[in-house]
Design a protein around this ligand. Structure first.
Ligand SMILES: *Cc1c(COP(=O)(O)O)cnc(C)c1O
Length: 383
């Protein structure tokens, strides 16, 4: 492990990734093994079975832990597997307060799977911190927030919510997928757990799924290690390797994503076919000042209102460089239609409450030349 004194980009390249002992290979090998030879009964080299530990996965966990400033990290086969594992900290009857504008899949696993096991969920607009305080009951064990939210880009004040949680003895988890640890550090702002769909910016190349929980307390680490072992939803050695490789360039990628995001949002703001732009980096965003304070940049996630499903589909069909696709955070520009894609499961009524209209499109600006991204959006908007 490299000292905490090093900067983010240095840690992204070195932490957890010392040259391999046998050959000096500077790149962490992919340890494709399901089991490990033991020297005698009860004596091994620190590894017994690959559901429990794998050196490639261990390296990745150390790297992600360092970047978020936690005490341990635990990777899973997807972001949803990570969220589900987090919820095993609770028992039937326990209550969770959650941002009302979370990733559609998060709400789906809460309401359609975990609610069947007696967990209770309340959704509030966490961008008003007092709503969180009002929703906490004696049964509340966890507050789970996403900031900025998907796809409306509302910002929650992490420090304010963390203070409320601490005062009430409730744990706070933050889904940091949209910004990555380069642009936002929830643990430094008081969060107890950070989670990611590593599928997005951390991987960055749209070539593998994954999820991670980063903790701050020994009892969380013990719990999540135990859940990895018991339920087995771990990340494979190959995908761990892809993620390690992606994370090495996180700092340079995020700098470019942030620069491109700002330029694209500025361009869209002035476009006659765009009715509204949702981007925390714009001065007119209602929480622009908060975003400036708690983030190290504004990122590359932008939503635009085009007015109708027809306008949205015309725009989608005309795209040449950007891809109409689910997901985000890849090097390539990805554009999605939340009403029929990420938020289809939320239902028409749920979407109406959140302001997710049929004319809303979400853009994940890639790191292509920004002039090319803008030219493509412009021709697709003009028709
Ligand atoms: C994609 C996503 C998830 C789910 O992660 P998977 O890796 O697709 O399982 C959770 N939260 C956010 C914010 C996401 O964008």
């Amino acid at each position: 492990m490299v000292s905490k004194k090093h900067g983010f980009a240095t840690r992204a390249i070195h932490d957890g990734q010392a040259p391999e002992g046998l050959t000096g290979a500077v790149n962490v090998p992919i340890f494709l093994t399901s089991t490990y030879q033991q020297e005698e009964i009860g004596k091994n080299k620190g590894h017994e079975y690959a559901r429990l530990t794998n050196p490639t996965r261990d390296a990745l966990e150390e790297s992600l832990c360092s970047l978020e400033g936690g005490t341990s990290a635990h990777v899973f086969g997807s972001g949803m597997a990570a969220i589900t594992a987090m919820c095993t900290m609770m028992k039937s009857g326990d209550h969770v307060v959650c941002s009302d504008n979370v990733y559609g899949g998060t709400q789906r696993v809460f309401d359609k799977v975990l609610a069947n096991y007696g967990l209770k969920f309340t959704y509030v607009d966490t961008s008003v911190a007092e709503n969180v305080a009002a929703a906490i009951t004696p049964a509340t064990k966890l507050v789970h927030i996403e900031t900025p939210t998907n796809p409306m880009m509302a910002i929650t004040d992490i420090r304010a919510v963390a203070d409320i949680c601490r005062a009430k003895g409730v744990e706070l988890s933050v889904d940091n997928t949209f910004l990555s640890p380069y642009l936002q550090q929830p643990i430094a702002l008081g969060a107890d757990i950070v989670m990611h769909s590593t599928t997005k910016f951390l991987n960055g190349h749209s070539d593998g799924l994954g999820g991670v929980l980063i903790c701050t307390k020994p009892e969380q680490a013990e719990r999540f290690r135990f859940v990895q072992k018991c339920t087995g939803g771990i990340l494979s050695p190959f995908e761990s390797y892809l993620l390690l490789r992606g994370v090495k360039t996180l700092a340079v990628r995020m700098k470019q994503h942030d620069a491109n995001g700002r330029a694209v949002a500025d361009f869209l703001k002035g476009h006659k076919s765009v009715k509204k732009v949702f981007y925390p980096g714009l001065a007119e965003h209602p929480q622009h000042e908060l975003a400036k304070r708690q983030q190290n940049g504004f990122g590359s996630m932008i939503s635009i209102e085009l007015g109708s499903l027809e306008q949205a589909n015309n725009f989608a069909k005309r795209l040449r460089l950007g891809y109409l696709a689910e997901s985000l955070g890849g090097v390539e520009t990805l554009i999605c239609h939340p009403a029929t894609m990420t938020h289809a499961a939320v239902g028409a009524e749920g979407r109406a409450k959140l302001g997710i209209t049929d004319g809303l499109m979400r853009i994940s600006a890639g790191i292509e030349d920004v002039e090319d991204i803008i030219a493509d959006l412009d021709q697709a908007l003009r028709g």
